[in-house]
Ligand binder design. Sequence first.
Ligand code: ADP
Ligand code: MG
Length: 314
Amino acid sequence: MAEKSLIERVRRRAGLSPALMTGIGDDCAVMRLPPAHDLLFTTDFTLEDVHFRRAWHPPEVVGRRCLTRGLSDIAAMGGAPVACFLSLALPSKTPQSWVDRFLTGLLGLAREFQIPLAGGDTAQSAGGIHADIVVVGEVPKGKVVLRSGARPGDSIYVTGELGGSAAAIRQLEKGRIRATDYPGHFHPTPRVLAGTWLRKRNLASAMIDLSDGLSTDLGHICEESEVGAEIDASAIPRAQVGHPPRRVDFDLCLHGGEDYELLFMSSRHVPELVAGVSVTRIGKVTRKCEMALVGLDGRRRNLVARGWEHFRKR
Ligand code: ADP
Ligand code: MG
C-alpha cells in the first residue's frame, strides 16, 4: 500500500471535533482551544516485540492499547484529551488489513473520548511495526495534578484492580489465552473520567498512571514529592483473571505493568466509587524518603521498585 493511499484511508476515518479547525491534509493541524486552559502533551511508543507481538495481540488490541498509553498520561494529570496524532512506521509487507484493524481499535477508543485523529506521519520501517502516539490535552489554568504534590500523612489510593495485564503476559508466554478472560490487558480503559473527577474536587495532591508497575510508579511519586510511602499488602486490589477467574499473584500486583489505573494521594477521604471505577486506599505517605510494605504476615519490609524499566539487564 502506497503512503498516499494509506493516508487517504486514515483521513476518511479520523473523526472531527469542534476544536479542530484543520486536521489531516495540511502541513499542520490547526486547533482553537478554550481560553484560561493549560495544554498537556504526551508521546508514547508502541513497538512490535517490545510492547506487543503480532502472534499474541490482534491489531484492534494493539491500536486500542496504543492510544490508551497516551490517554492514561492525560488522565494522570487530571486533564481532558482534545486530539491525538499517530506516527506509523510499517515494514513494506504489512498487510493493509492489519493497518485497517489497528485503526479500528485506535479510533474506536478515540470516539469513546470524542477526540479526533488530527495528524501524524507515515514511513517505511526497516524492522517491525512502530507506532508513536501523541495526545494533546487541556486542563483549567493552574489546576494540573503533578507527581510532586504528595505530603506526609496523605492517604495513597489506586483505581480499579492491579496485576491483570501482567498476568495476561505470563499466560501468553505459556500458550494461547482467551482475550475476554483478561479484559484489562486486551481492552483497557484509560481512567480519564476518574482523573478529571478527582481534579475538579481538588481530591488528588499527586497522581500518576500505573504503566510500569505499582512499585516503580510509586517510586516516581516519592522521588518527585520527596516523601516516602507505606503500602499495606492486604489492601491492594488484586485483579481476578483467567478461566476460571483467579486472583493474580501478589508479585504481579506490586511490580507488573500496563494496568493503566491511577495511583494518587489525598489528604481527604475519597469515595469508594469514582466515575464508575472502584477506588481503594492502599497505604499512606510518610516523611522518611523510603518505600515500605506491610506484608500479609504483618511484617514491615523495604519495598523495592521492580517494575518495568527499559535497558535494564534482566
Ligand atoms: P508532510 O510531508 O508535510 O509531513 P505527510 O504527507 O506526511 O505531510 O502527511 C499529510 C497529512 O497526513 C498531514 O496532515 C499528516 O498529519 C497526515 N498524516 C500522515 N500520516 C498520518 C498517520 N499515520 N496518521 C494520521 N495522520 C497522518
Ligand atoms: Mg510526513
